[in-house]
Write a protein that binds this ligand. Sequence first.
Ligand code: AP5
Ligand code: MG
Length: 213
Amino acid sequence: MIIVLFGAPGVGKGTVAEILCRRYGIPHVSTGDILRTHIAKKTEAGEKIREFVDAGFLVPDEIVTEVVRDRVGKTDCAKGFLLDGFPRTVEQARELDKIAAERGEKIHVFNIDVPEDVIVRRLCARRICPKCGAIYNLEFRPPKKDMLCDCCGAALAHRHDDRDEIIKVRLREYGKMTKPVLDYYGKKGMAAHASGLYSEEVINKIVGVLEKK
Ligand code: AP5
Ligand code: MG
């Protein structure tokens, strides 16, 4: 099973992914998280990746597809995985089709939709745990102790790209480069849609569709 969580920045892909991956016992493959790890570890590709991520632009397809191929080739992905943030261009969607065909697996695409004003509000108030990756929101899902992670106690961080001017660039990139991927899947009759205003509703919708299949 290959699950794809699709949607603009801030629709809640990461939040919902954690719950679904626990439920189905499959790894959460977030391209954003992997790219940020390259930046933090200052790998060979890290410096180039930083230029794109920090400015809010998409990282070039060849870098991202290599990262994904490498990650999903690991043994923990043998029984399937959940993709969060990939594919984000039609070229990446074609590459995913090839990966699925090579593995003999089906792709299940779920598009999460949230109004843009809610997205901006969510992203400005998001904080993340740099140690364990837990996601918080100062407005909607605050940590129990001021600015400390509930799970591991680390000090929470503000993502560099969660600033007003960069959020605008990310949303523009989404409209220009990523939204066309929905047509690609729509034409193949592959995408289910869910409103992302309430995470529980998104999860119920996804679980309902998967269990029917
Ligand atoms: P990435 O890390 O994937 O960022 P994104 O797509 O912009 O998505 P976000 O992580 O911002 O949002 P999310 O949907 O995961 O929402 P979350 O659950 O955190 O990518 C970052 C960058 O990496 C890109 O800009 C690009 O440069 C590069 N990149 C990554 N993949 C790439 C690719 N395939 N190709 C090229 N470049 C790539 O929730 C957001 C906030 O809302 C949180 O605070 C959360 O607590 C809160 N929240 C969630 N659900 C709810 C709810 N129901 N009610 C209230 N608050 C909620
Ligand atoms: Mg995310």
